[in-house]
Structure formats: C-alpha cells, structure tokens
Design a binder for this molecule. Sequence first.
Ligand code: ADP
Length: 459
Amino acid sequence: MKVLFVSGEAKPFIKTGGLGDVAFYLPKTLKKLGVDIRVILPKYEKIPDKYKSKMIHLGEKYIDLSWRKVYLGIDFLKIDGVEYYFIDNEYYFKRKEIYGEFDDCERFAFFSKGVLEALSLIDFKPDIIHCNDWHSGLVPMYNKIFNYNFKTIYTIHNLRFQGVFGQENIEDILGVSKGEVFHKRGLEYKGGLSFMKGGINYSDFITTVSNSYVEEIKTKEYGEGLDGVFREYSWKLKGILNGIDKKYYIPNRSKNAKKLELQKRLGLEESLKIPIISMITRLDRQKGLDILLEKIEEILKENIQFVLLGTGEKIYENSLKEIENKYKNKISINITFDENFAKEIYEGSDLFLMPSYFEPCGLSQLIAMNYGTLPLVREIGGLKDTVEPYNEYENIGTGFSFKGYTSEELYKVIMYALSTYKNKKRWNEIGRRAKKKDYSWNSSGIKYIDLYKEVVELF
Ligand code: ADP
C-alpha cells in the first residue's frame, strides 16, 4: 500500500495545532504497520535550519496556475524512517507566518496543485492521496478536474477553518472554469468558494476524528454551514479517533510525589488531601471557559486547588487573572505554552476539566487518563466517545461527564466528582481503569489501513 499524506503542517518541522501532531504520529505509526507512506508539506521559512540544511533537492519544474507559470521545487528529508517531501517556492512560503497571509488562496491553491505535479519529480505513485483540512482541500478537486486519476481521502480536523475566499479567484487563481466548479457539488459556499468543501465534494472518502463528531456535523448547530452536505454524504463519511504517543507521556511511579511537587512549584499548600482540579487548554470559546467562569467562585468555596495552563484570548486571560488575585492560595493561572509543564500538571492533578462546547476528538482527556487523572468532560464529540462516565452502583467508568452546555450542569458534576474523591479507594480504581484504556496511535493506524484498503478496492 502506497500513500501520500498531504498536510499544511507536520511536527517536528512546523506545528500550530493538533494537525501538526497527527501529521507526525499517524504516518510514523502507519510506516511501522507496513504502509509505504510519505508526507508532503510546504517548505516554510519557519522550518528550523537544522532540518532545512539537511534537505536534498530532488528537482524542479514550472507549473500552470491559471495564467501564471510558477516555480515548483521538491526537497526531501528522511526522519525516523519516514520520508518527507517539501514543496518549495520562496515567493509563496518564505513568509513570517504559515497561514493568514493576504494571498492564502493563491498559496494553497499552488500547494494543492503542486502536490499532484510534484509526483512526476518523485519516483512514487501512491494508491491513495490522503489530504487534511482546508490547506489541501483542492487536491481532490484538481485530481478530478485535470484527470490525475488518484484515489483521494479527505480528513477534517477542524471544521471552523474552511479556507473561504471570493468567487473571483476561481478562474484567475485556481485556473479552473467557473461553470465546472462553482455549484453546490463543487466549491460554492455562501456565495464564495470553500477549499474544505472542495475536499469534501471531490474526494472518494471523508473522515473526521470521532464517531460522535460525524453525527454532530450533520446538524445545523455544529455543521458550520456544511451540515446538509454531510447528511448527503453519510455513505462516504466515517470517524477515526486520534491517538496519543504513549512513549511521550510515561507516568512516573508515584503520582502522590508528583502531586506534592506540583503544589510546591505553584506555591500551593502541599497536601495530598486537597483535590487539584486542572485545565490545560487554548483559551478559546470552544473550550467551555464561559460556563466555567460563571461558577468558578462557587467552586473555589470548596476545599480544592485549581490550576490552569493556557494561552489564547485576552478576555479569558484577564478574567482568570482577576480571580487568581482574589483566591491566591487556592488557584494558579499560568499563561504560557509549555509542554513539560503541561506533563507535570497532567500527572500531578486529580481531576482534569474539559467542558467544551464542541470537540472533534480532543487529546487532553486522553493524556489525562493516561496518567490516571480523571477527566471531567462535556458529552460531546470525541469526549463522549473516549470518557466513560463513572457509575457508582456498578463501579464502572473512567471519568465524569455532563450533557447540557450550562454552568449549572458543570457545577453539579464537579460537586459529584469532589464527593467521589472522598472515597480514595474508589477514586484510585477509576484512575486505574482510565490508565488501562488504549488510545494509542496503533489502534487508529489499523483503522486507517482498513479504510485505505476499502477505498482502493471499492472505489
Ligand atoms: P485542540 O487541538 O483543540 O487545542 P486537543 O485537546 O486536541 O485540543 O489538543 C491540545 C493539545 O495541546 C494537548 O496536547 C495539550 O496538552 C496541548 N496544550 C494546550 N495548551 C497548552 C499549553 N498552554 N501548554 C502546553 N501544552 C498545551
């Protein structure tokens, strides 16, 4: 099985979010499972020199992008057994930021067409081209319209960002005829064009990152204007959960020692009796901070400690800092991005909050469970699919959950978790079950392989 994995970002070269992790761990896992998978991404200026200096130039050509003749170079690098190709064009990718430039439409149209054109410079003929998010959404379109004849799979990691641009770009930049693509089953989206809609309409199969999210995006509330399309495509849409790298998150022998260390680091009272509630998150509306903030002072009336690590919107940062000033001895707000610090919090705390409004998959709850820290989540998307609510009568479950997006429901379940915490034996049993759950990349990898086979055989 030969697969070309197309992504706008990939660790360790460049990462802005979850996609960067997936584009690193999934190919690595698939390679170990026997797939000849190679990754292709733009050669950004921001990729560290230690990688850029080792890249091998494989060749170059000029490609058509509407009326433009554009340079396309291909560089190559092998890391950890995985082969990476980099699409080179300094005009498009020698920029300060990787996304959000004035000409993103042209940059990623070039990237998408470049991926297909690059294959003649690489000695590789994939059975499947696996595209991800809006940055490579036009690959399936170019593949169909210009008869490259590859099988394509399109994975949605974040439906919020679709790559929406004005319709005037269709002929002038994309270089395809408007009549051919500007319609409901093409790129048309609210009067403009959507790269993501292209990925959805022109690919052979679509996946997203949890089964519950598959159903949620078919509804008006969570479909970001594409719910109708998803309903129509039920037959070629499926959910495959992301995993975590178990080698990166190895629990220490004593969780108690880690808890005391954390309290010391944060200047909180060092006590094993006081439960630590934690949150590691982007400070974004998606993550349920509004309903938490409504009740945080009431929660802080309990004998608890609250720790947050996050960066993002100023408005949340400010409200959190204000509360920290008021309850200094019980709360620690850390506005920074620090993966090692994150690990200390995941392991040293007792209860991990994720009251998200929507959550396609979510990794944090998986990391928390891996450390025996109990997740408390809203029953939505990947959270619903990975956290089994504790049932005290049967003593089953791996965490706590609530349904409605309200501060009352959140508050109630936090109180329930705190009362459960008092029974330390029970709490530890739940933690052991959580730790045992296998949300590794291996199980995801096997599902992708089955899908690749299905698409090669059936379509
Ligand atoms: P999303 O991709 O929507 O941000 P996920 O739960 O899927 O949410 O993944 C978030 C990842 O980013 C987790 O690995 C989490 O530990 C990490 N993370 C988020 N904020 C921080 C931070 N401030 N410092 C370190 N790691 C963070």
